[in-house]
Each structure stands twice: as C-alpha cells, then as structure tokens.
Design a protein around this ligand. Structure first.
Ligand code: NDP
Length: 329
C-alpha cells in the first residue's frame, strides 16, 4: 500500500531536489509505532533538510519533517494502541530518520507523546517544535525568577515561529513584550499577538561597542544569536536571564563576559530535541494552558506537501511569518 511523501534526493552533482512521491510502508525506518500522519509543519531546520541538508541529513533519499501529529495505526508498544492521537517533535526525526512529511511514519514509541488534552492534531502542529521550544524558553526564564512585575521581556526574531509563539505566551501571562523584527510590516501582526513594543532589528543588531548599556530587559527569548544576542546581554537588568534558542542571525557570539560578572546575567541554553519525557509533558500541558488558541490560529499559514520545497527556501530566507501547518492528506 503506497502513500504520499516529500522525498529529497541527491544527484551525482551533490545537489538535492525535493518532490512528492509514492512511498511503500516497508520503506519506512524501523520502529514500534506506525502513525497515520495528519499534520506536520515547517521549522528552520526543516528548511535545511528540504534543501541542502545543512549537515543534518546523511542518507538519501530522505523524507524530512521534524514534527508530526496524527493517529496511531498499529503499535508493538504497550503505551500506544490504534486510534490514539500522538505528537512527535525532536529526537532528530526528519534529520537522521525519515520524518513527518508523509501520510505515514514509523517511529520509536519513546519519541512520542500523547496529544495534549485540549489540543487538536492541527493545533499541535501549529505549535510544533518552534512553539514547543518557545514554551521551554518561557519555562526556563520563569524557573530563574522572571515574573511580570520585573519589567519588559524582549523577544528576538519575533515574527518567526519561535518568536510569534513566545510573544503570544508571554502576553497571555501578563508580561510586557518587546518584539524585535527586521520586517516592519509585521508590526500589526505582532501587536495582535500581544507585543506592547516593536523594536527595529537595526536598532539592536550592531556589534557590541560598550559591554554594558542601560538595564532594560527583565528577560529575553532569543531566536537570533550572533551579534544581536551579544548586544542584548549588555542590556539585561541585574540578575536577569536570556534563553538562547536559535541562530537565525548567526552561530557566533561576539560578546564580552562583563554582563555575567558585573550584572549576574544568566545565559540559559534551550534544547528541544533531546528534552526528557517528563519535561515534554510539562511543556505541552503549559502550552495548552498558556497559549491562546485564537492567537495561534492567527499565526497559521496552511500548506500541503507540494508547497514544501518553496516554504523550505522561504524559511531559510527569514520570509515565513508565524507558523506553517502542513496538511499531509
Ligand atoms: P523562523 O525563520 O520562523 O524565525 C526566525 C526569525 O529570525 C525570522 O522570522 C526573523 O524574524 C529573524 N531573523 C532571520 N534572519 C535574521 C538575521 N539575519 N538577523 C536577525 N534576525 C533574523 O525560524 P524558527 O522560529 O523556526 O527558528 C528560529 C531559530 O530557533 C532558528 O535558528 C532555529 O534553528 C532555532 N530553533 C532552535 C530550537 C532548539 O531546540 N534550540 C528549536 C526550534 C528552533 P523577523 O522577521 O521578525 O526579524
């Protein structure tokens, strides 16, 4: 029985190309659970895996898709039975294993979580790795003492996937949110999600000139890294924390250690891929509670498997607004 999948192939010239093809069940990787995939999504990493690979994909042909949500079709693991709704993010699925850009996926039971109460499979994919990571970042900041009374929270890469979800969650929890964007045309969108201030990317994207500036931000969810993160470190309030999530602006960190030494600033690393099961459940529960579903819907751009080659290029170019939901059927 064959089904549709987005297959990336690598030619003799080393170039990759992606197209929807028919795939057989026995081509899927080993695993205990077969999932009838209903929705997937597009994250920055998916852009890499649909396109040149970014060092993430070793073997071709490859089916990308780091996130999936759907219904269990068959299971050799006691934790899941046919008909269960499930979600998968991370664990390098869609990178070193075939992923969610298909109508069926065979996965390891350890990689699944049950669909959180209160969410549909479509909403879970509107959240996806980007939104799950945004929630992990907010949880880390709050675990380190952030609360709304402390002042404004900065979100960098605000109109992207991580940034949009972080903005909506923080606003719902009562924070003043300043969103950094390089796309001024997204200002109304960000304000609708709950941003109280828009900061132009150029204002904050310069190399550090002074290691310490005015103590401005009570916390930061940073999806950009690079020079912007370096600059933000010097603008944090005394004892405040930055959750480092992404590298959309670069993997380097041209900073000094002065903000750590003189202001007790914390740089918190956020990894969504290898998160332990218990913390995954905690984050998904918090998403269902703290992310307003009308705001989530406002972020969504619907897509099909056939749209993915273009969307992959768009997200690498910083051109996707909010979250893409891919209907695999
Ligand atoms: P998106 O492309 O949706 O968002 C990234 C945003 O960053 C863009 O929309 C843009 O926002 C901004 N941006 C892009 N290029 C630059 C640049 N050169 N300088 C400054 N800002 C820039 O991606 P995601 O939200 O899915 O992911 C964001 C980052 O987080 C990626 O680096 C991704 O790899 C990482 N990530 C990490 C995870 C983890 O586990 N740690 C999990 C998920 C994502 P705007 O237009 O508003 O300026």
């Amino acid at each position: 029985m064959s089904f549709n999948a987005l297959v990336v192939r690598k030619g003799d010239d080393g170039k990759t190309s992606a197209a929807v093809e028919q795939v057989e069940l026995d081509q899927l990787p080993a695993g205990e659970v077969v999932v009838a995939v209903e929705y997937s999504t597009v994250n920055y990493k998916d852009g890499l895996c649909i396109g040149p690979g970014g060092g993430l994909v070793r073997d071709y042909p490859h089916v990308p898709g780091i996130d999936l949500a759907g219904t269990v079709e068959s299971s050799e693991d006691d934790r899941y039975k046919p008909g269960d709704k499930v979600v998968l993010t991370g664990w390098r699925v869609g990178e070193n294993r075939w992923g969610g850009y298909a109508q069926k996926a065979r996965v390891k039971a350890d990689h699944l979580v049950p669909l959180p109460d209160g969410l549909t499979t479509r909403q879970a994919m509107a959240v996806g790795t980007a939104g799950f990571t945004a929630m992990l970042a907010v949880m880390a900041l709050e675990d380190h003492g952030l609360e709304p009374s402390k002042g404004e929270v900065l979100v960098t890469g605000a109109a992207g996937g991580v940034g949009s979800v972080a903005t909506a969650i923080l606003a719902k929890r009562g924070y003043q949110v300043a969103g950094v964007t390089g796309r001024p045309e997204t200002a109304d969108y960000l304000k609708d999600l709950g941003a109280t201030k828009i900061v132009a990317r150029e204002e904050i994207n310069e190399t550090v000139k002074r290691p310490l500036e005015a103590e401005t931000w009570a916390g930061c969810v940073d999806a950009v890294g690079g020079a912007m993160l370096a600059r933000v470190l010097g603008q944090m309030q005394y004892g405040a924390s930055v959750a480092a999530v992404g590298l959309a602006g670069g993997a380097g960190l041209p900073a000094t250690v002065i903000p750590f030494l003189l202001r007790g600033v914390n740089l918190l690393g956020i990894d969504s891929v290898m998160q332990p099961y218990d913390n995954r459940l905690r984050a998904w529960k918090r998403i269902a509670e703290d992310l307003p579903m009308d705001k989530l819907e406002a972020m969504v751009q619907p897509a099909t498997l056939a749209d993915l080659p273009k969307l992959g290029a768009d997200i690498l170019g910083g051109q996707v607004r909010g979250r893409v939901v891919v209907d695999t059927n």
